[in-house]
Design a protein around this ligand. Structure first.
Ligand code: FEO
Ligand code: CA
Ligand code: CA
Ligand code: CA
Length: 654
């Protein structure tokens, strides 16, 4: 396992949490639709695609032009980042840079938990931007919120290498764990564009670091449940920290939603055999035992504190404009491995948040608030996310779909099935969704609405474990290594409607390898296709941008990055390469300023080894795959946020 990088170790750990529920994969009926729909669309035969999707030449002849007129970036892999011609991509902040006033200078050979807690954390993931109220240039001055998802000890600490749970994390110490805990969580930064260049405002009164020890409140229906109570918190309402915050969202009332994903990795120890939490913890792959935290902190040891895991796996809401505000874990939105929580206003003013549960064979969720959002009085929405309806998606073979509400007492969510109240339904969201017959998806990541078209896009990153007899209409490929994107069309363009239509927008991977079965439009160049869609963003023009996770020289002949993705008209299904990360990195966090003149992206874990390259050595602090962004032989690679702008100004990607 020491040769495995974090992703591989994660996959191994995930197996324990895989969905073992007997939900149907839809069988023959689905297979019938799979063949009919996909053959019609030419999806099974690459050569047939052009018969269905008009090639670019035809589009041009019809007077249609690409919504992405920028010159495409060649795809490849090297130690640096690259952006499409005509754009600048500058590093804004790196792991270890100061966040709080007085933060010590980054010194990775002498790092301490105290220093790390004042500096920018590791593995930046979700990014959100909030314009500064009253600013002269609200698109050039605001707060940037950034998730710090996880840590790579082999790249962060000198002389350590990958630590192995089976070997008792022999190299780890209380201090190293303390640094890891301080490098998790999130950062709030005041940022400003000065003479065209973005910079972090030093010593800002908004600056904040949130870590794995920041006090938080549990709110909503599960708060106070006996299953959330621990020795340190007999009320079940106060929790220390947030962990593995992957993607997220920003709300119209000015708050940051940050989502706890692979929470199982942090827990170790052996749960008592007769624990009432055994089934619950197993469904989440608990304990994942990928970090040594339980060796030094009892609350991360299942034997000592069997309820602590129930206090993680939530959506956390944070007011970035008030550095003293207490983050709130919104239990009404469910507990699972949340990828993100991207929201949009429904026509009637309620807030609708789409959420993916990133695990093979897990689900797509939607939360709809009970109350309407008050856009005139932001404070009136303070606890709006505590009341509402959480639903899970069923994708039917006929191209229709239904949101199935997870409500205690309805359908199978009753005491006979072990649910005593809504708190139980929420703590065990996955099991409740199993019982409702939700559709098992190929790792749902970001789910985002496009306000210009009324459609919703679901990134499904991959699932090599799906067998041929497990394919269904919404997950049509067995051994799905490259993922796909599903497009949801809510009934009557109402995001809160109970029903929707849907179709597969694109199956990802190399369209030139017939066996892959990719369905990019024939206008897509050799640089324009990608695998493993993960995060996404919709800009002000309604254009879809996709960030990927898992492309590499060994796997797809290209690193991860940003690809533009056409969704409308003759060019639908056309990918176009825009940004390339340095070797070993994953692309996260894509987020536009309100005027689309800046596109913030997060370069996560630069320097990890290429897991598909048999010659690649394990990447370490001493021998990383790149030393981006400093290229200083004395410094390890550093996860960093990059600001992309168009040279000479204007909308990015035009
Ligand atoms: Fe944190 Fe779904 O990746
Ligand atoms: Ca997103
Ligand atoms: Ca990711
Ligand atoms: Ca991912």
């Amino acid at each position: 396992m020491t040769n495995l990088n974090r992703s591989q170790a994660a996959e191994a750990a995930e197996d324990a949490g895989s969905n073992a529920s007997p939900n149907p994969t839809l069988g023959e009926v689905v297979a019938a639709r799979f063949h009919r729909r996909d053959l019609l669309r030419g999806a099974l035969a690459v050569g047939a695609i052009s018969a269905v999707v008009a090639p670019r030449a035809l589009a041009a002849a019809q007077g249609q032009t690409s919504p992405f007129p920028f010159r495409e970036l060649p795809a490849g892999s090297d130690e640096r980042h690259h952006v499409a011609e005509g754009h600048e991509a500058e590093v804004l902040i790196r792991w270890g840079d100061p966040v709080l006033p007085g933060a010590p200078v980054f010194d990775p050979r002498n790092q301490t938990p105290e220093a790390q807690a004042q500096q920018f954390g590791y593995n930046n993931d979700f990014i959100g931007f909030f314009p500064m109220p009253g600013a002269q240039d609200p698109a050039g001055h605001g707060l940037l919120v950034v998730n710090h998802e996880y840590t790579n000890e082999e790249l962060m600490f000198p002389g350590l290498g990958r630590q192995d749970g089976k070997a008792g994390f022999a190299g780890m110490s209380r201090d190293l764990v303390g640094i890891e805990m301080a490098a998790h969580g999130g950062s709030v930064l005041e940022v400003k564009r000065v003479d065209g260049r973005w910079q972090v405002v030093p010593d800002s009164r908004y600056a904040r670091r949130i870590t794995a020890t920041t006090p938080m409140t549990l709110t909503g229906p599960a708060a106070g449940s006996e299953r959330l109570r621990t020795k340190a918190d007999p009320e079940g309402r106060q929790v220390l920290g947030m962990i593995n915050n992957c993607a997220g969202g920003t709300t119209p009332w000015g708050t940051w939603l940050t989502c706890e994903e692979n929470i199982n990795y942090y827990f170790g120890g052996k749960l008592a055999g007769d624990s009432p939490e055994a089934r619950n913890h197993k469904r989440l792959g608990m304990p994942g035992n990928l970090y040594a935290w339980g060796r030094f902190h009892d609350r991360f040891d299942l034997e000592a504190e069997p309820n602590e895991p129930n206090r993680f796996g939530w959506v956390v809401e944070i007011d970035p404009f008030d550095p003293s505000s207490v983050p709130k874990k919104r239990t009404a939105m469910g507990r699972f491995k949340h990828e993100g929580a991207a929201g949009i206003l429904a026509g009637d003013g309620r807030y609708v948040v789409f959420q993916g549960d990133d695990e093979r064979f897990d689900y797509v969720y939607r939360f709809v608030t009970e109350a309407k959002v008050d856009l005139q009085d932001k404070a009136a929405n303070r606890d709006i996310l505590d009341r509402g309806t959480l639903s899970v998606a069923r994708f039917d073979a006929d191209g229709r779909g239904t949101w199935l509400p997870l409500v205690f007492g309805e359908g199978p969510l009753t005491p006979e099935n072990g649910f005593r109240d809504q708190a139980d339904v929420l703590v065990e969201t996955r099991r409740a969704a199993d019982l409702l017959g939700a559709t098992k998806m190929d790792r749902p990541e970001d789910v985002e609405a496009n306000p210009k078209t009324g459609k919703v896009y679901v990134m499904l990153t991959n699932n090599a474990k799906r067998k041929t007899d497990q394919v269904d209409a919404a997950n049509p490929r067995p051994d799905n290594r490259f993922g796909h994107i599903v497009e949801i069309s809510p009934d009557r363009r109402d995001y809160a409607a109970p029903g929707f239509g849907w179709e597969v927008l694109v199956r990802c991977g190399d369209p030139n390898i017939a066996a892959v079965g990719a369905t990019f439009s024939s206008a897509t160049t050799k640089d324009g296709w990608f695998g493993m869609p993960d995060n996404c963003s919709v800009d002000g023009l309604g254009r879809l941008w996709v960030a990927t996770d898992g492309n590499s020289a060994g796997r797809t002949g290209r690193t991860d990055g940003i690809w533009a993705m056409e969704t409308e008209g003759a060019g639908r299904g056309t990918g176009k390469h825009f940004f390339q990360v340095p070797a070993g990195a994953e692309m996260c966090g894509p987020y536009f300023t309100p005027d689309d003149t800046t596109f913030f992206v997060a370069v996560q874990h630069p320097g990890e080894a290429d897991e598909e390259d048999p010659k690649a050595e394990p990447a370490t602090f001493e021998k990383p795959a790149t030393r981006w962004p400093d290229f200083d032989p004395n410094l390890p690679p550093r996860p960093s946020v990059v600001a992309i702008t168009r040279r000479g100004g204007g909308r990015v990607g035009t």
